[in-house]
Design a binder for this molecule. Structure first.
Ligand SMILES: [Zn+2]
Length: 480
């Protein structure tokens, strides 16, 4: 007995030792560089963003609803505002409204870089219009913020890119490699005419960039759980998108004589079963990468958990499951978005239909989603019909590549003591269309805690907007 206790004691000590060893050797992956001197910017750049917001370059789901005069007006505004950019760079229009700007560098041999932003914005939901503190397309400034649809998504980046390029051209700067700007016009409706077409052109021309930078991650002062420091999250992968329609037909009839099974009842059961059978939570390689960058910067107990996820992964998973964003990070999510059945109060309908939207982990295919649903609902009478092809991005950028280190270094030059971490982007971006020409696609906008993305009072802090210009300026200037 005593001997057994002794062995157990030794075993526990070894485990504790191992946990502590892993914690103490869990080294920071941050890059220490001095802050770069801030470039001097007056408020002209701010008025440029304000003017950009005034163009209602809205993407609607319905075909042919686009107001092309707004896009034309926006592009004329860009040409007038950035004369050096539009005279010194080669300009190509794709499907009338998407733009490629090609800035020739000193060496044609070195791999180019591609910097992306999109011109279109999402509409203003009618019901929420009154909740805006200023008119959504006014670009008005209030309490140090520029307000308006597109300030964050994504005209803030687009204007900041052009401001920094115009400034560099004014200084006579020539980049070390070619730089391409890609400004799609239909990102909010999947980018099929813009980014997807441009990606095809690049592939044909055999343009293989060292990296691509598009929107996605941000700088945040409070959104990374357990980390009490400012963090910049840089997307190294993004989630996929699938939609399925579930349909059941059971003869209906008069509601005075209901049969045991009805279409609505069966479909309701299926929806509940889906809810009860979520996709499994997983600490995927992308999430593990994230933890390995933020973990060493956390207080001791959290750091210990992050350093030992072989042991603490159930705790990490359960804490991530508690928030919408955390849950979406660790699993493929599903949401029932449309439920249709019935036309009259005393008729049992013969058909019921629901639409379920899935956001998949990298590498999860449409067939995987269908199989999951089939197993969860256990009802052969329900037909499962894919809506469109969806997309299943599987690519994950390599954080050990020089390109990630370069972006990390540039971020560290604009904010003191910032923690940079790779992460999974939960939405879709234009950049996934480019997975055939490079594996190094990063998603990051250099702005801190933007507000109102796709919602009301979308806004960016004036100082943060200027900081973003500074980021792109350094990114282009220091690239070798
Ligand atoms: Zn966007």
């Amino acid at each position: 007995m005593k001997k057994r206790l002794k062995i157990t004691g030794i075993f526990i000590l070894i485990i504790i030792g191992f946990i502590l060893f892993r914690t103490f050797t869990f080294k920071s992956k941050q890059i220490q560089v001095p802050l770069s001197p801030k470039i001097s910017l007056n408020d002209t750049c701010v008025s440029h963003l304000q003017k950009a917001i005034k163009f209602k370059t809205v993407s609607y789901d319905g075909v042919n609803m686009m107001d092309s005069s707004q896009f034309m007006g926006f592009q004329n505004f860009l040409m007038e505002t950035y004369p050096l950019v539009f005279s010194k760079m080669e300009v190509e229009k794709v499907n009338n409204f998407s733009l490629i700007l090609h800035w020739k560098g000193q060496s044609a041999k070195a791999k180019p870089i591609i910097l992306m932003a999109h011109q279109d914005v999402v509409p203003i939901e009618k019901a929420t219009e009154k909740d805006w503190e200023v008119s959504p397309f006014s670009g008005a400034i209030k309490n140090g913020f520029i307000y308006g649809r597109g300030t964050i998504d994504d005209k803030g980046s687009l204007i900041a890119l052009l401001e920094s390029a115009e400034l560099l051209l004014k200084e006579g700067f020539v980049p070390s490699t070619d730089i391409y700007f890609v400004f799609g016009h239909d990102e909010e409706i999947s980018g099929l005419k813009g980014a997807k077409t441009i990606a095809k052109i690049f592939k044909e021309k055999k343009i293989n960039p060292a990296f691509i930078l598009d929107e996605g991650g941000i700088i945040t002062e409070y959104k990374v759980p357990g980390l009490n420091k400012t963090a910049a999250v840089v997307g190294i992968a993004e989630k996929g998108y699938q939609t399925l329609k579930l349909k059941i037909k059971i003869p209906g009839g008069h509601s005075s004589m209901p049969e045991e099974k009805t279409a609505i009842d069966e479909m309701a059961k299926a929806v509940v079963k889906l809810k009860e059978n979520p996709f499994p939570a997983e600490l995927t390689p992308v999430v593990q990468n994230f933890l390995s960058y933020v973990g060493p910067e956390m207080p001791f107990v959290s750091k210990m958990a992050m350093a030992n996820h072989w042991l603490f992964s159930p705790i990490i998973k359960s804490s991530y499951s508690k928030s919408g964003a955390g849950n979406a990070t660790i699993r493929t999510t599903m949401a029932t978005t449309i439920f249709n059945s019935g036309i009259k109060e005393n008729i049992i309908p013969g058909e019921a239909e629901v639409t379920v939207n899935f956001r998949t982990q990298p590498g999860v295919l449409q067939q995987d989603v269908i199989n999951h649903v089939k197993n969860a609902i256990e009802n052969d009478k329900i037909e499962i019909i894919p809506v469109g092809e969806g997309n299943s991005p599987k690519q994950v950028a390599d954080v050990n590549d020089a390109s990630f280190k370069y972006i990390q270094t540039t971020i560290s030059k604009i904010k003191r003591n910032i923690i940079v971490a790779p992460y999974l982007v939960l939405g879709a971006t234009d950049s996934h269309h480019f997975d055939q020409i490079t594996s190094q696609i990063f998603r990051f906008s250099p702005f801190t805690d933007p507000e109102g993305f796709h919602g009301v009072n979308e806004r960016i802090k004036v100082s943060e907007f200027k900081n973003g210009i500074n980021f792109y300026y350094l990114l282009m200037k220091d690239y070798k």
